[in-house]
Design a protein. Sequence first.
Length: 434
Amino acid sequence: MVPRYSRPDMVKIWEPETRFQIWFEIEAHATDALAELGVVPKEAAKAIWERGGFDVARIDEIEAEVKHDVIAFLTSVAEHVGDEARFMHQGMTSSDVLDTCLAVQLARATDILIDDLDKLLAVIKRRAFEHKMTPCIGRSHGIHAEPVTFGLKMAEAYAEFSRGRDRLIAARKDVATCAVSGAVGTFANIDPRVEAHVAEKLGLAVEPVSTQIIPRDRHAMYFATLGVIASSIERLATEIRHLQRTEVLEAEEYFSPGQKGSSAMPHKRNPVLTENLTGLARMIRAYAMPAMENVALWHERDISHSSVERYIGPDATITLDFALARLTGVVDKLLVYPERMQKNLDKMGGLVHSQRVLLALTQAGVSREDAYRLVQRNAMKVWDSDGALSLLELLKSDPDVIAALSPAEIEEKFDLAYHLKHVDTIFTRVFGSD
């Protein structure tokens, strides 16, 4: 966890105090269930809730000696509870505590991430409708293609992050399972009803079959989902970075008063936030691979996954939380320049309308091969002139083109509105009746 890229609510989920509090609740709820089943005295279960406590520094001190974190925790709690503490952890194993705690932490972290996505989606939607009909050039291979609108770019992002939200909800459900099944997962020394009770109290589902640990395919899918969302962040960030290039400058990150872009060049206004998001996305995706490698463990249990999850659990969720919040701010304050968009649309002398002329020629009886040749030979003249020549005027002066299309018919093919006639249809698909 890097403080520079962290926000307090998410960080709190992964702090030792929170982790040990969840451990305590798992143990206390399990003891309650054991008391109801008559396995331990009800007075003991009551005493654990009333006098139970722990001290993080003391746990660390004990662990330094015993080299076992759960035993250190139980010892610290026993120092607060007294004799009744001997009834804690009856029939349980360390993984029951560790895995169930991780499920709680990931579920809580996911709730924050879902809220982050909701805020991002709201901002993207607002900007999409704001620029629904703001025309700009669409590019393929980085080259001018045909007109789109800036609102459509935002609608694309909205649809993509909506899919990410759906995946995250599914991943939360998948990872939020409870295992209190004892050594090698057979319930030999603890009743399955204890597991059900703990799961209900902590808002988790029961793990159908645990092998002392919760199967790590669940976690692999979870972190893979975070990686996909990170890739969506990078996609939008990269688009903004390209649009901010001096040669394009159709949009740019907000540049606050007093902000400085370069230590050497006072004129610079760099896309530092979206560049930062690109780097953060790389880190979040990197956490998916070790999560997948954690799936194949030895027999019923080993701890090769444990050290990995101590890193990737906090780091992936904390970093994604920060990245989503940063992207929300970028989109919210993004400076959009419709005049520059129009200027770029007009830059290449009408080349963006070449396909319409091609199709019109084929409709007029010209073969596709000949139609392509006629339009391309005029388009290349415009291209070589860097847009100084007009495709419309060249076509109207080409006798082979005029033989098939009248000047008025050619001019009609250069109507920008034609390309935007289905924007409403796309917006309805993305945003519904809104």
